[in-house]
Design a protein around this ligand. Structure first.
Ligand code: ATP
Length: 199
């Protein structure tokens, strides 16, 4: 399975339809500062279902829609399509080539498609879930993230590993459960005090 092409239309700085074709092997995107290299990576995570505006380096989700420049008015919608070569059947769908599309309108509405057919976000997440790509798969390493891993103290490094291994969410749930248990113990003690007073 390999990513074949990414098409951006009205996504961030890509006002006009722009298609990047990825040949087998390594693809490098080069360009001056602020020319939109990271926007390409943002488009990749967005089309795969990213729901966090902060992860897309914006304040709100609509920030992915082309906001206009001095010579060009803002657009009303952003659209990104990712074409995946599925000739090895890595994705559980009967197509040798799969195109997933995400569209967002400035009024907040959005749409997802698989090979042109409207679907739910859940369908895209399920399609990608066993493929090793997709959201929360830790396959996109952002600028500065390597630095923070390399410079993390042992506890910080452990947190990265736990997050990658999926342990962090269970640790958080455990902490929440322990807090509830503490509150319950305090309530029990209070009930015990009241019972003692009534005796
Ligand atoms: P660097 O090498 O400095 O990291 P880069 O090539 O990765 O830069 P990006 O961060 O991808 O650049 O692109 C930043 C540019 O995208 C800025 O000029 C910013 O104004 C533009 N941009 C971001 N969001 C939008 C938007 N919604 N509409 C129009 N332009 C946008």
């Amino acid at each position: 399975m390999h990513l074949k092409a990414l098409t951006l239309r009205g996504f961030k700085s890509f006002a006009s339809a722009t298609t990047l074709r990825f040949e087998p092997g390594i693809t490098c995107v080069v360009g001056p500062n602020g020319s939109g290299k990271s926007n390409v990576v943002d488009a990749l995570s967005w089309v795969m279902g990213e729901q966090g505006a902060k992860s897309l380096r914006g304040g709100k989700m609509e920030d992915v829609i082309f906001a206009g420049t001095t010579g060009r008015p803002p657009l009303g919608r952003a659209e990104v399509s990712l074409t995946i070569d599925n000739s090895d059947g890595a994705l559980p769908i009967e197509y040798a080539e799969v195109t997933i599309t995400r569209i967002m309108f400035r009024n907040g509405g959005s749409e997802y498609q698989i090979n042109g057919d409207t679907c739910r976000l859940l369908d895209i997440q399920e399609l990608l879930s066993d493929s090793g790509i997709g959201r929360e798969m830790h396959v996109i390493v952002g600028q500065g993230q390597l630095d923070s891993v390399l410079h993390a103290d042992p506890m910080g490094r452990r947190a990265f590993i736990e997050e990658a291994a999926g342990v962090l969410k269970h640790r958080k749930r455990k902490e929440k459960a322990l807090r509830k248990l503490d509150a319950m113990q305090a309530n029990l003690a209070r009930v015990q005090d009241l019972t003692d007073e009534l005796r």
